[in-house]
Design a protein around this ligand. Sequence first.
Ligand code: FE2
Length: 258
Amino acid sequence: MNILMIGDIFGESGRAALAKLLPRLKDEHHVDFTVVNIENAASGFGVTPQIAKATLDLGVDVLTSGNHIWDRKEIVEYIGRENLLLRPANYPSGTPGVGAITVKAGPHRVAVLNLMGRVFMSPIDCPFHKADEVVPELRRETPIILVDMHAEATSESVAMGWYLDGRVSAVVGTHRHVQTADERILPGGTAYITDMGMTGPVDGVIGVDRDLILQRFLTHMPIRFEPAKGPAALCGVVITVDPETGRSTDIRRLRVPA
Ligand SMILES: [Fe+2]
């Protein structure tokens, strides 16, 4: 079974890159299941119900997110009724939405779990203990479990990869918007990459107009961020999983110009 996971869609150019490239990538890599992180899809900050729905309509199976999920207040009502858009599972209890879901994919079922790191981020519940709680529940439904670990510190992602090795099919990173070159299959059969990278403009600073970011670094004055213009690329991974055991056998990194 081939699984396509795509890193943070950033703004309009990220959405356009996804719409343009997804059919070709699905065909080329014989993709059975697609997961996309969408937390920056609305002008770089959050996601609207319209964008979430349009992305699912492209043929994406599950949407993941992270710290920007609440940037658009209209998403709160939507996430309460659309469980295919996940928010990190380790937000405190009482937070709207769900952090994991299991969905049908042909003859199989695939589970997706969204976690968020705490190092250099909000001090939410522990992602490691939350994984201990949720992964056994998901394993009762399917051995195919995909984890989006949305984190700032590379060390926290690497640690999560080792922590979940042999218990899930994949631990892939999002949030940093810079693709790392450390994809591998861990000894227990878990596909791992610290960060898949982002899908959006390549000539900015992690998606944002570079002149605005430079002004911010040079002056420390508050500046309204705008998405960068110019060419875009799609970043992600294709993972091959044995659907009977849930063990991954291959992970290939993608960085495709739009
Ligand atoms: Fe993020």
